[in-house]
Design a protein around this ligand. Structure first.
Ligand SMILES: C[S@@+](CC[C@H](N)C(=O)[O-])C[C@H]1O[C@@H](n2cnc3c(N)ncnc32)[C@H](O)[C@@H]1O
Length: 213
């Protein structure tokens, strides 16, 4: 499984290649959250790396911040920074938090690296830890039809692209509140392979099945 590859080696290798700041990601995320007047008290970023994006969201929105990330090195570095965020080693399919612990869960550009066999478990775990009425953010590559690319740093690993919001919006308890299309590349390429979406979904289980009049 690619999950094991990231836990054992590729998480750290990815972190070594990408230690730099990611300010543009934090800016885009904060602005999208402010546009829907999000006021979370406790957030989780899944695929948080060393928490550089999580830290900027915590500082901007004054909330408690937790992150899960397979790279032990990224987790160690991020926790040692002392910015008040709490990172732990783990993967999206198994979240070590109580039910309804968060009011904002962010998939931080990690779903494209997850095994498709894990998608149902991943959706169930995010739904479990997100309280009713909370927000779910999906920041990831976008494909209007699902496809995969070879991951150039490790043979046998793939980048999987699809419309990840669909993992939740099939259920009436999730509604897409906002969607922003962004390019992954620094300069505009208009390549469909560079397409990224920043989606914000609202969880409303109480309102999912209104009584028929
Ligand atoms: C593109 S990076 C994004 C890091 C950070 N969220 C940011 O925006 O700067 C993707 C991260 O997902 C992590 N990742 C890979 N597989 C994962 C999995 N199954 N569950 C959670 N995170 C995973 C990688 O180790 C990597 O740190």
């Amino acid at each position: 499984m690619q999950r094991e590859t990231f836990l054992c080696s590729e998480g750290d290798a990815y972190y070594e290649r990408n230690r730099g700041p990611a300010e543009h990601v934090g800016v885009a995320l904060i602005s999208a959250l402010q546009a829907v007047q999000a006021r979370p008290t406790r957030i989780l970023e899944i695929g948080a790396s060393d928490g550089r994006v999580l830290q900027s969201v915590k500082d901007a929105l004054s909330c408690e911040a937790y992150g899960v990330e397979p790279s032990a090195e990224a987790v160690k570095t991020g926790n040692a920074r002392g910015g008040g965020i709490c990172l732990s080693v783990g993967t999206a399919d198994k979240l070590e938090f109580e039910d309804g612990f968060f009011d904002l869960v962010v998939f931080g550009f990690c779903l494209y690296l997850c095994d498709p066999e894990d998608h149902f478990r991943i959706a169930a775990e995010a739904n479990r830890v997100l309280r009713d009425g909370g927000l779910l953010v999906i920041f990831d590559f976008y494909g209007s039809v699902p496809y995969k690319n070879e991951y150039k740093y490790k043979p046998g690993v793939f980048s999987y692209k699809m419309d990840y919001a669909g993992m939740f919006t099939w259920h009436p308890g999730y509604r897409l509140l906002s969607r922003k299309y962004i390019e992954h590349a620094a300069s505009l390429t208009l390549s469909r392979d560079e397409a990224v979406v920043l989606d914000i979904l609202h969880k409303d289980m109480k309102g999912a099945f209104p009584r028929k009049a």
